[in-house]
Design a protein. Structure first.
Length: 80
């Protein structure tokens, strides 16, 4: 389970890593149609919901993993 969660989080990190490279494409001399498509794609990347979801409730990101691990650790410490 941990292996799957870490790989799902790495998918999210990989998609957001390309943001600056794609943004650099929109600065050069390109057509307005292409610039519009790039901006729409950048808006989609900026929504932070890219990646795998857990039961269609939440997107698995590195932040979610640390939150879940903290909640599990707190639960174990409280009832031990």
């Amino acid at each position: 389970m941990l292996f799957i969660s870490l790989n799902a989080a790495s998918v999210y990190s990989s998609t957001t890593a390309a943001y600056n490279d794609i943004y650099a494409l929109s600065i050069g001399p390109i057509s307005e149609n292409l610039k519009t498509e790039i901006m729409l794609f950048l808006m989609r990347l900026g929504q932070n919901d890219i990646g795998f979801t857990a039961w269609d409730l939440l997107t698995i990101t590195p932040n979610i993993l640390t939150t879940l691990l903290t909640a599990i650790l707190t639960y174990l410490l409280a009832f031990k």
